[in-house]
Design a protein around this ligand. Structure first.
Ligand code: SF4
Length: 677
């Protein structure tokens, strides 16, 4: 094992123990299983059965159902009986929070139970309490007493268990010793895992969910390493980004977190949590898993004698930590690199004619009456062109990258920057002593040494890295690690091309390939480019989630959303919305859409929209404001972790949220709104 996975450079699944959930085998190189969770009231047997069937027919291999109390746990029997009667044998999972009694009933009925170690025995009070070593051990004994009966039942009934830690619901005990950290998440699960192992119970899977992909990725990596070091084996991993939200942002956030781990072979089952009907999560899961089924096939082929092409140089010692975020050191060239936010390059190479209107898709709107550009927070920093085609004055903040031959004939050298393909660059002719871009395909391992030797001597180069390797992201990551080893500090733009057919697949491809590198702190810019997807508005559940005007807009939005999800450049409001479940107290999809409509212009503000007060406040992690269901027709509003307005009537709750934002100086009027009376 290399730090936390089998290999950082060739694709291999992590060796995990095999577990059995009903008839389903999971872990130990079995296919990556896909799953979801119902959103119906568990006491409504007919609705839950119907929704479970829709999920199974969409491809779910496991379906989770909430069991908030004993009566719901008991009703799982009716749900299971009805499903089996109709010929659906897919294993069911009971989702438990706070109620060991419900868990002990459910474990006798369904094939798997999920417990959250942050709230199975502990109640989170958001209090900072100092624990002595003796106090701490006493707490562990208390957990052992409360948790062991469930372990024994699971063992007796052959029921599997997920120890599912959530970043937002760590116990006060864990918080006091480890803080709100990935290590705290790992220790929270390990406490429960050690107890289960002491009972010789191993039918266990673990998860480390967070709404922040950075925290989630670090926690899973640490968990894999910790299990290996402490037990010499790894239990299988259930991957997910919790409260990812809906539409494009939910898909991007999920793909970045889950995809980054799958790239390194971590993950035996996945759930994409979207604030949408659960059956719509499954196609996203299947698209994600498909990438790694292909990867496994390719890896097998590469291992055949004579087939091994362009092997990525193995890692001897890693010059960065995969367990913490630290941006790679680079020097600034103009607005790129150094401590500046990553830049976005919009690729116009296939656009025949560029007009002021063309720039609307990348965040610039020209007002001819005022002769002024309106620039949005999601406006690209550069455009890439290959022909002389701009016959109007560009906005001041937008620069142009163009091939060096074209650049030579342009007089405005401030506005235009030259671009080289690596072959021409290696010839070392006509290289200016000013900022210039160079494209390099890191799959060309035969050129690494020669190329790095040239780059090492240049102080004005901005590298644009892409990879045609079948294991592309690790190929780029390995090359950047070489830059770090050689102390080459030029800025790096991550360039990703997609030839996938659908918007969904392109979103997943871009998010995984580019997002994984931004999570490692490795990008000073992003450049997405595609063979056009079949553009269509993304419609889910009768609502339009992604209005796709044109390909440029799609690529620009995706680039900014990847930077937002990796928290490297904030350009819009962030929503942390739970996927909803049987505990949900209002229509989450409709409410999220309503809140989004009035707050989408609040750049950098994090708003959580959570279905219930039992789990919501704990799960909303680092949100600035929370809108939480606290009873039928009632909403409680939070500022950070503090209740500000309790049990507000839901009819006026959105207006009350706006008032709270105003009182907290987090509100700005949307563009075009006249605030004068
Ligand atoms: S926060 Fe949302 S998904 Fe989580 S238990 Fe409450 S309603 Fe269900």
């Amino acid at each position: 094992m290399q730090l936390y996975c089998e290999s950082l450079t060739s694709y291999k699944r992590l060796n995990t123990l095999e577990i059995k959930i009903g008839d389903l085998l999971l872990g130990n190189h079995h296919p990556i299983r896909v799953q979801t969770m119902t959103t119906t009231d568990t006491m409504d047997t007919a609705a839950t059965v119907a929704q479970t069937i829709r999920c199974i027919e969409a491809g779910a291999e496991l379906v989770r159902i909430t069991a908030p109390s004993k009566k719901e746990a008991e009703n799982l029997q009716l749900i299971k009986d009805e499903l089996r009667k109709r010929g659906y044998n897919t294993p069911l999972v009971a989702d438990i929070h706070f109620t060991p009694n419900a868990a002990e009933i459910a474990a006798r009925i369904v094939e798997k139970v999920r417990v959250n170690p942050g709230n199975y025995v502990d109640k989170k009070k958001f209090e900072f309490i100092e624990y002595t070593d003796a106090d701490y051990l006493e707490e562990i004994d208390r957990i052992r007493m409360r948790f062991t009966p469930l372990v024994k039942i699971c063992k007796e009934y052959g029921t599997a268990m997920r120890i599912g830690t959530n970043h937002g619901s760590l116990s006060d005990r864990i918080m006091s010793r480890y803080g709100d950290s990935p290590m705290g998440m790992v220790e929270s699960a390990m406490e429960f895992l050690r107890i289960a192992r002491d009972e010789a119970y191993h039918n266990i899977i673990l998860s480390m969910k967070s709404s922040n992909p950075q925290v989630m990725v670090q926690a899973y990596r640490m968990l894999a390493q910790t299990m290996q070091q402490e037990f010499g084996v790894c239990y299988p991993l259930h991957l997910g980004v919790t409260e990812a939200g809906d539409g494009e942002d939910g898909r991007i956030k999920s793909a970045i977190g889950i995809g980054t781990l799958l790239e390194d072979g971590l993950g035996d089952t996945i759930r994409v949590s979207l604030t949408e009907d659960p059956e719509f999560e499954i196609p996203v899961c299947l698209d994600l898993v498909k990438r790694y089924n292909l990867r496994t096939e390719q890896a097998k082929k590469e291992n055949l004698p004579g087939e091994n092409s362009a092997e990525i140089p193995p890692v001897i010692s890693l010059p960065y930590s995969p367990f913490e975020y630290k941006r790679r050191q680079s020097h600034a060239l103009g607005n790129t690199g150094g401590r500046q936010v990553p830049v976005v390059i919009a690729d116009f190479q296939t656009t025949e004619t560029i007009t002021p209107q063309s720039l609307e898709s990348i965040g610039y709107r020209y007002d001819p009456q005022m002769d002024k550009w309106n620039i949005s927070d999601g406006a690209a920093d550069f455009i890439f062109i290959t022909k002389p085609q701009i016959e109007f004055a560009l906005p001041g903040t937008l620069k142009v990258v163009c091939p060096q031959q074209l650049w030579k004939g342009i007089s405005d050298k401030d506005k235009y920057l030259p671009y080289f393909e690596s072959a021409a660059y290696l010839e070392d002719k006509d290289i200016p002593a000013s900022a210039h871009f160079v494209l390099f395909d890191t799959a060309r391992t035969d050129l690494w040494d020669a190329f790095l030797k040239v780059v090492q001597q240049k102080s004005h180069v901005i590298l644009c890295l892409e990879s045609s390797h079948w294991h592309a992201m690790p190929s780029v990551r390995r090359f950047i690690a070489r830059l770090i080893e050689l102390k080459i500090n030029c800025p790096v733009i991550i360039r990703v091309e997609s030839s996938k057919d659908s918007i969904d697949e392109q979103l997943i491809h871009f998010s995984t390939e580019a997002g994984a590198l931004f999570l490692e702190g490795m990008g000073d810019g992003i450049w997405l480019w595609n063979k056009k997807a079949q553009l269509q508005n993304m419609r889910v559940s009768g609502r339009t989630y992604l209005e796709v005007k044109d390909n440029q807009q799609f690529l620009n939005n995706t680039a900014f959303s990847i930077l937002q999800a990796t928290r490297t450049r904030i350009s819009k409001t962030e929503y942390i919305s739970c996927p909803s479940c049987g505990r949900t107290l209002f229509d989450l999809q409709e409410t999220t859409a309503k809140i989004r409509a009035v707050t989408h212009h609040l750049k950098g503000v994090k708003i959580a929209i959570m279905g219930c007060i039992v789990n919501g406040p704990g799960e909303m992690a680092d949100a600035d404001f929370g809108y939480v269901g606290s009873g039928p027709g009632k909403i409680t509003l939070y500022k950070s972790k503090d209740i500000v307005k309790r049990n507000v009537d839901s009819d006026i709750a959105v207006e009350e949220l706006i008032l709270l934002l105003k009182e907290s100086d987090a509100w700005v009027e949307p563009e075009g709104v006249n605030t004068k009376n």
